[in-house]
Design a protein around this ligand. Structure first.
Ligand code: B12
Ligand code: SF4
Length: 533
């Protein structure tokens, strides 16, 4: 195939405050193209501007902005678009507008990595010349040098160290921002079913030591406040402690990275505790329940995790744990179990995300069996909305619980003995408890409800009146609780908020002392008795 002279990468990004404007993914590709002397440019659409409106429509701005750059894009020999879950509709719409374009149209990114080679987009009349699966640096260099056949539709290159360069060393990214992304290795050897990389089974490659050293020298001359390491798992391989040590000695930045419980070694934990003021570790637990682990293809050793959590707490290391909800097989109660497990083990920082199903994965193949339906957020990112084990309404309750994780208060004023024990490890408020403790509980409960409705308000504008209304209304409603037991009957009189009168709520208190508020759609049944351990 003939050589090309110029390429433009087109991406749809969420520009994050404090971070460089160019995403690390694009910067890495540009660094490699620069190394091989290939002229390249980048155009980034700000995806925030394309968020759906409250009515669910896509704003007109995206047509305007797309039209405004078409002629500019046509100046390049090759246009490469990044296809992600949130950019798919915009990118394909742009390609449709390139009908008379004479150059090559190339696509890459996570949605192409997970695409089935049998299903290209020509059936939708979308003209794409090359689909690049996986990491794109080597593929784009070879493509620009004319090393592929004209009809090489699918390009799938393995990780190759000779095509990976530092965007900092190559002058693509600078160190003038407050925070930066960085990497020390590529790929991932794990196979989580809910992740594109897990399904691609791409392997792992450590970056060249001399590049890492050079980058650290560059960082040492800057005032960066935070280095966010993108490695899928940082604490694997032989070099990670030395790299961290060097980074800590030569910069003053805080360092964040993804860690894996299973590969946590005592030596590393000790190292982290020595530098706890500057390190933040992010772990993925996802779920404590075996059946849910099987569904998402991530089996955890709960005993090992418990032991690791104990050590992390003892050593006062700053960490967070992410979990997944809306997993087929999950219920509100089994979701609470996973949160409770972490809380009882002393985890202070929990983040919960709804399950997304990668294209072409085992999970997707089972979507009929699991009775999955999907819902898109305002950025067109779809997640599981209902399944055989939970309804859409229950998914919404899980959203509220997930939202509340960052804002909750503990109740430690009621002895557990007074609460009504449910099967398993949770407790429910009874009317009697409320009456006896009304004064001390009022604040915590008010806040729980306020939070619940603030969230409901944000997402489902029609459902509840304004936060202010709720806040003022709450006082009266708490009075109502003493005659109308929480979670057992509907609330009596919501004044303006009429829609709520036919809903009842449950207030569950976990053994950890944290409360969970959710609407009562069906009898609260424990999915699994007890928690892990
Ligand atoms: C950093 C990150 C972010 C940052 C992005 C910052 C930025 N713009 O740089 C922030 C925090 C904003 C973010 C947000 C989200 N993210 Co994110 N994020 C990541 C993360 C952890 C690392 C990405 C990275 O830079 N890797 C290092 C680079 C070198 O590798 P790379 O990105 O894979 O890029 C290579 C190839 O993919 C390909 N490629 C990538 N882009 C392009 C573009 C072109 C033109 C071409 C040809 C090739 C190409 O070539 C690159 C170089 O080899 C990944 C997880 C992971 N481990 O990959 C998730 C990931 C990318 N995020 C994901 C998701 C779902 C989200 C959110 C939707 C989460 C949510 N529910 O809100 C939001 C949406 C953001 C938005 N609307 O823009 C998914 C994407 C799934 C998908 N199918 O699209 C990932 C893969 C995580 C996952 N497994 O689910 N994210
Ligand atoms: S979720 Fe993380 S550990 Fe699992 S396959 Fe994806 S990148 Fe690897």
């Amino acid at each position: 195939m003939k050589k090309f002279n110029s390429i433009i990468l087109v991406t749809y990004d969420q520009h994050r405050r404090d971070y460089p404007y160019t995403s690390y993914s694009v910067a890495s590709i540009l660094a490699t193209l620069k190394h091989y002397d290939i002229s390249a440019s980048h155009y980034s659409f700000d995806i925030n501007k394309f968020a759906k409106t409250a009515e669910g429509n896509t704003p007109f701005e995206f047509i305007e902005e797309t039209d405004s750059i078409i002629n500019y894009l046509k100046k390049f020999d090759c246009i490469a678009l990044g296809i992600t879950r949130w950019s798919e509709p915009f990118a394909y719409m742009l390609i449709k507008r390139l009908e008379d374009y004479k150059g090559k149209i190339v696509v890459g990114g996570y949605e192409i990595t997970s695409m089935d080679k049998r299903n290209d987009l020509s059936i939708y009349n979308i003209r794409i010349d090359h689909y690049i699966k996986g990491y794109a640096e080597k593929a784009l260099v070879k493509l620009m040098k004319g090393e592929y056949e004209e009809d090489a539709r699918w390009i799938d290159e393995e990780l190759d160290i000779d095509y990976l360069f530092s965007p900092y060393d190559k002058g693509i990214l600078n160190t003038t921002s407050r925070k930066i992304y960085w990497e020390t290795k590529r790929g991932c050897e794990f196979g989580c079913g809910f992740c594109e990389w897990g399904n691609a089974m791409i392997g792992r490659l450590e970056l060249k030591k001399e590049f890492i050293k050079r980058d650290i020298e560059i960082f040492s001359k800057s005032n960066i406040e935070e280095i966010n390491i993108l490695d899928a798992t940082f604490n694997v391989g032989n070099e990670y402690i030395c790299i961290l040590d060097d980074l800590l000695k030569k910069t003053t930045a805080k360092i964040t990275f993804q860690a894996r419980f299973e590969t946590l070694k005592p030596k590393f934990l000790h190292f982290c505790s020595m530098h706890k003021d500057r390190l933040h570790l992010e772990f993925g637990l996802q779920t404590i329940h075996k059946n849910e682990m099987m569904v998402i293809g991530r089996i955890n050793n709960i005993n090992k995790i418990q032991e690791s959590l104990r050590q992390l707490n003892q050593l006062n290391i700053d960490y967070e744990v992410s979990i997944i909800y809306a997993i087929p097989g999950q219920t509100i109660s089994s979701f609470i179990d996973t949160i409770e497990f972490l809380r009882r083990e002393g985890c202070q920082n929990i983040k919960a995300y709804p399950l997304q199903v990668p294209r072409n994965s085992e999970l997707e193949r089972k979507k009929i069996e699991y009775k999955l339906t999907f819902n898109e957020d305002k950025f067109h990112v779809a997640s599981v909305d209902s399944s055989s084990s939970f309804t859409k309404e229950e998914r919404f309750e899980m959203d509220c619980i997930a939202f509340s994780l960052a804002h909750e208060e503990r109740i430690d004023i009621i002895p557990m003995i007074e609460l009504q024990k449910l099967e398993g490890s949770d407790y429910e408020f009874t009317d009697k408890i409320f009456k006896h403790n009304a004064a001390s509980l009022d604040k915590v409960l008010s806040e729980a409800f306020l939070r619940y409705h603030t969230y409901a308000n944000l997402v489902k504008k029609k459902e509840v009146a304004t936060t202010v209304n709720i806040h003022h209304a709450f006082k009266g409603i708490t009075d109502g609780f003493s005659v109308s037991p929480l979670g057992l009957k509907s609330f009596m009189d919501w004044g303006n908020t009429k829609q709520l009168t036919d809903v009842s709520y449950r207030i569950i208190i976990g053994k950890s002392g944290y409360i969970y508020v959710f609407r009562n759609f069906q009898k609260y049944q424990k999915h699994l008795v007890g928690s892990a351990g």
